[in-house]
Write a protein that binds this ligand. Structure first.
Ligand code: AFP
Length: 326
């Protein structure tokens, strides 16, 4: 006998009443969940079907496009169009903003398959998204929203089958997929205060390229915490949310080959950094960029702009912020 579990839909209906969310939002969430399940199916069968390789193209970020990136993009745009609720979408896989339905209510910012280096191995990747709402009271200027103006943000870890969703002022929640491919068992996520489980997560092979202050901070603090790094933001941040600590992708400013410096950082603001910063805030944490500015306050000038990020437990983010601002 299957145990009764509260489903994602039950959860949303409850929150709809409590937080005045409309059925339009439920329809949009349904489109995102259908996309994630469909992508998960292609990912699980990808090795046998030959879908885990390169597509032989480069994207707007000048990075190799994988076949799965293309599949995930096509699936997501299909479902967003069918929902009829989206005005336009910003995707990692499309240089231009994707115009969908001028009558829609929402803007969606997403990366349908993040963590490309894990794809050939079938290891965890992520589908990250942020949602903002059009101005319903007056004329809409279509400008790109800062993270603080998102109404929701979330991530699917694929093919693990976990889904984490943060709703503005209503917390961060984790769901697990069951035998019938339904997301169930909402669990409220709050970053643990006990430092025993805290972890640091960053690409340690880059450490000598970080700003000197950041290098010193790492040297002083790393022995206190376990170190974990998967190379796919959704997977790494999944751990940070559960165990506490800090995920960081600092600016690269001391590379021996100055052409390889990345003073703007690597992660994309709208569909990576702001998404995890939003989930982190709703779970009691914080996130800043290389200047110690809150990630959620940054107004994007370009849909694909990058940022450095330090995200996680408040005391650690506050500590590194002092270093970044000095
Ligand atoms: P890719 O999709 O190019 O692998 O980038 C993934 C990512 O944007 C993010 O998911 C990871 O946290 C980060 O980059 C990993 O970057 P490094 O491979 O440089 O550590």
């Amino acid at each position: 006998m299957m145990k009764f579990e509260q489903t994602f839909n039950d959860f949303l209906l409850q929150h709809q009443e409590r937080h005045n969310r409309t059925h339009h939002f439920l329809i949009l969430m349904d489109a995102l969940i259908s996309s994630a399940k469909h992508i998960q199916h292609y990912y699980l069968t990808g090795a046998l079907k030959g879908n885990l390789g390169s597509a032989g193209e480069v994207n707007v970020q000048n990075e190799d496009v994988m076949r799965m990136d293309q599949i995930a993009q096509e699936i997501t745009i299909h479902y967003l169009r069918s929902s009829n609720r989206v005005i336009h979408a910003v995707s990692e896989e499309s240089k231009e903003i994707v115009q969908i339905n001028p009558e829609g209510r929402y803007f969606v910012y997403f990366d349908p398959l993040d963590g490309s280096s894990n794809i050939p191995h079938g290891l965890p990747v992520g589908f990250l998204f942020g949602i903002a709402k059009r101005n319903l009271e007056g004329p809409e200027d279509g400008h790109l929203r800062a993270g603080k103006d998102y109404i929701a943000a979330g991530m699917f870890v694929i093919p693990t089958g976990t889904f984490t969703l943060a709703l503005k002022d209503a917390g961060t929640w984790r769901f697990h997929i069951d035998e019938t491919m339904t997301f169930v068992r909402p669990t409220r996520m709050m970053l643990p205060e006990d430092t025993k489980s805290w972890e640091l997560s960053f690409n340690t092979s880059n450490r000598l390229t970080f700003a000197k202050g950041v290098q010193n901070w790492i040297a002083q603090n790393e022995k206190e915490y376990a170190f974990r790094y998967l190379g796919a933001l959704a997977g790494d941040f999944h751990r940070t949310l559960a165990n506490g600590g800090m995920f960081m992708y600092p600016a690269i400013v001391n590379h021996p080959n100055p052409k390889k410096n990345r003073p703007q950082g690597k992660l994309r603001l709208m569909y990576e950094a702001a998404v995890v910063a939003f989930m982190c805030r709703e779970a009691g944490g914080d996130a800043v960029d290389e200047t110690g500015t809150p990630i959620l306050g940054i107004h994007p000038k370009d849909p694909h702009q990058r940022t450095a990020i330090y995200v996680g437990s408040k005391p650690l983010v506050a500590d590194i912020t002092r270093v970044l601002r000095s």
